[in-house]
Design a binder for this molecule. Structure first.
Ligand code: DOR
Ligand code: ZN
Length: 398
């Protein structure tokens, strides 16, 4: 697809100017203060901000098997409505994604729908049994695999995690860790996260395996990650919009890991500012109203992530919009091996147009997701997504 976007305020991790972008054959071809092309379809973006679309390192689309909560089509629609054109899906579907068949089903269905690029995680242990790793060897040459995760429960046995990190290193994969030591879950969810975070960072140091810590939420866990980074461990991390925007005193919405204390939230902000947080992962976790009433943990996140992060971090004067673009687009694209995330020549033409100045209210009845489970209902944010473009094609328009 070809598209000329004119008069936008163009912002990514390293630039901020008013000008034009030309996408040809789905790829960014020209970036300039003024581009004149007589034959290309043209979009006037005066007054709007144009950024690389967002990439989510952590989402649940519930397909196959749990599609009353979400499916690949509604998940994809929710993603583009939130300015996302790339997502990394977790393996806690039914069946659990431990096989080539399930992986292929998700990826091919995603391609058929064609709104976003999907990376599907393979489970670390087969069917989340906590011990079997043979399926990793069987699929070691399968090019569609880049990240593996037992998100939802975590890998309880440290020796199994060590062996998995060794295999991931050998096969060129990243392990995404849901840090929750289940022996402590019913006692203290803080201890549960901190124990496993410390363990996994140590194991990453020991094995040299590539570790990504999902949804880091406590001060101590972030300190373990920072310490690992400073000591040369091959570790990256993500934080979620809800863990940086809510404190449990104000809004103790049920999610794993839980909403934390003010001091944790402040420390996460500092870690983002200091450059230790690699990305924002939404942990988009749709559930029905009945399931939420019965205690299912999690919230939808794709359609509110940018406004929450922009309002909390940029309007809140913690980081620049360039830095937010780095952690919502550039770094996640790198982690997932996607050729996007910055506005530069040769990158895929995946972009988002935003109205940063307009305040708007979260209204879950308007979500494209099947899930309406959000603690942000009725809250006001800046940074509304106006349009999402994938490969030069408009895939969402408000
Ligand atoms: O709150 C959560 N919900 N945390 C998880 O780790 C899993 C997720 C889900 O799948 O619902
Ligand atoms: Zn998780």
């Amino acid at each position: 697809m070809n598209l000329l976007i004119k008069n936008a305020r163009v912002i990514d991790c390293s630039q901020d100017f008013i000008g034009d972008i030309y996408i040809e054959g789905g790829v960014i071809q020209e970036i300039s203060r003024e581009i004149i092309k007589k034959d290309a379809p043209c979009l006037d973006a005066k007054g709007l901000v144009l950024m690389p679309s967002f990439i989510d390192t952590h989402a649940h689309f519930r397909d196959p098997g749990l599609t009353w909560k979400e499916d690949i089509e509604t998940g994809s629609k929710a993603a583009v409505a939130g300015g996302y054109t790339g997502v990394c899906l977790m393996a806690n579907t039914n069946p659990i994604c431990s096989s080539k068949e399930t992986l292929d089903y998700v990826i091919e269905k995603g391609q058929e729908i064609g709104l976003i690029d999907i990376h599907q995680c393979l489970s670390i242990t087969k069917n989340f049994d906590g011990k079997t790793l043979e399926h990793l060897d069987e699929l070691k040459d399968y090019k569609r695999i880049r990240a593996i995760s037992d998100d939802g429960i975590g890998v309880k046995d440290g020796r199994v995690m060590l062996e998995a990190l060794k295999k991931a290193k050998e096969y060129g994969w990243v392990i995404m860790s849901h840090a929750e030591s289940s022996e402590f879950s019913d006692m203290d969810m803080r201890l549960a996260e901190d124990m496993m975070t410390q363990r996994d960072v140590e194991l990453a140091k020991y094995t040299g395996g590539r570790l990504h810590m999902s949804h880091v939420s406590t001060k101590d866990s972030m300190e373990y990650v920072i310490d690992g980074k400073l000591k040369g461990a091959n570790v990256t991390c993500e934080v979620t919009p809800h863990h940086i925007a809510l404190t449990r005193d104000e809004n103790n919405y049920r999610v794993n890991p839980p909403i934390r204390e003010k001091r944790d939230v402040e420390f996460l902000h500092k870690a983002i500012k200091d450059g230790f947080v690699d990305c924002i992962g939404t942990d988009h976790a749709p559930h029905t109203t009945e399931e939420k009433l019965k205690g299912s943990p999690g919230m939808v996140g794709l359609e509110t992530a940018f406004p929450i992060c922009y309002t909390t971090l940029v309007t809140g004067k913690i980081i620049s919009l360039n830095k937010l673009s780095e952690i919502m687009s550039k770094n996640p694209a790198n982690i997932l091996g996607m050729n996007k995330g910055t506005i530069s020549i040769g990158k895929e033409g995946d972009l988002v147009l935003l109205d940063l100045d307009k305040k708007f209210k979260v209204d879950s009845s308007k979500f494209y997701s099947k899930g309406h489970n959000t603690p942000f209902e009725g809250m006001e944010f800046y940074g509304e997504v106006q349009m999402t473009i994938k490969g030069g094609k408009i895939v969402y328009k408000k």
